[in-house]
Design a protein around this ligand. Structure first.
Ligand code: SAH
Length: 208
């Protein structure tokens, strides 16, 4: 595989410069909020340590997960996006979160690694040839017993109008990518955005 194929061919910076972020819902993912209200799921999620949201977009989920005990980092490949985030969240540092502009595939990982990574519309945002690299990277950056939360979308096999991205996914694809290094602890239909009903599932995977 050539070096080029380890990188996305989608010009995210251009999309952000053009303000083409049709995926802004103005709030943390409702399915994530519901998940944390579900006792059975909540107990599986480490309450402290380091968390990461790769491809964090508008940053709501980064802010949502940050707490006194858990530092959250939002990672974005687009500098325009990171500039917007830094303007939007001037108090981020005090609230224990921050944003960095870097590529998921080669950003600097802290020695202790992450206890929590949240993926929503990130795997589906990359070309299918990058999926094995995504899985390899998740395995590298998550600490033992840490968790990866995947809000799986779109898992109905349909392409969206104007897409891809998002590149359609399926539950089986996630299993194939993650089963070697992660144990599936929880999976359910996601109760999230109404227009995505039946297209989303939410899962918690624990690093072996
Ligand atoms: N998760 C957000 C945004 C999804 S769109 C939400 O649900 O609203 C996908 C985002 O991933 C885009 O903002 C894009 O700039 C970012 N992205 C794509 N490839 C990336 C990479 N390799 N590293 C970091 N960010 C990336």
């Amino acid at each position: 595989m050539s070096e080029d194929q380890l990188r996305t061919n989608i010009d995210w910076e251009k999309k952000w410069q053009q303000g083409r972020s049709r995926w802004d819902y103005g709030q943390p993912s409702p399915a994530l909020v519901t998940l944390l209200q579900t006792e059975e799921a909540r107990v599986l999620i480490p309450a402290s340590g380091l968390g990461l949201v790769p491809g964090c977009g508008h940053g709501y989920d980064v802010e949502f997960f940050a707490s006194e005990k858990r530092h959250m980092r939002g990672l974005e490949i687009s500098q325009t996006c990171v500039d917007l985030l830094n303007q939007k969240y001037p108090n981020a540092k005090e609230e224990n979160f921050d944003f960095i502009c870097a590529d998921f595939f080669d950003f600097e990982v802290p020695e202790q690694k992450y206890n929590l990574v949240y993926d929503y519309t990130f795997l589906c945002a990359m070309e299918p040839y990058l999926r094995p690299q995504w899985a390899k990277r998740m395995n590298e950056i998550i600490a033992k017993d840490g968790v990866l939360i995947t809000l799986m979308y779109p898992v109905n096999g349909q392409e969206e109008e104007g897409g891809p991205p998002p590149f359609p996914l399926s539950e089986e694809i996630y299993h194939d990518l993650l089963a070697d290094n992660f144990e599936l602890m929880y999976i359910n239909d996601a109760i999230g955005h109404a227009e995505r009903f039946g297209m989303e599932k939410i899962a918690i995977w624990k690093k072996k």
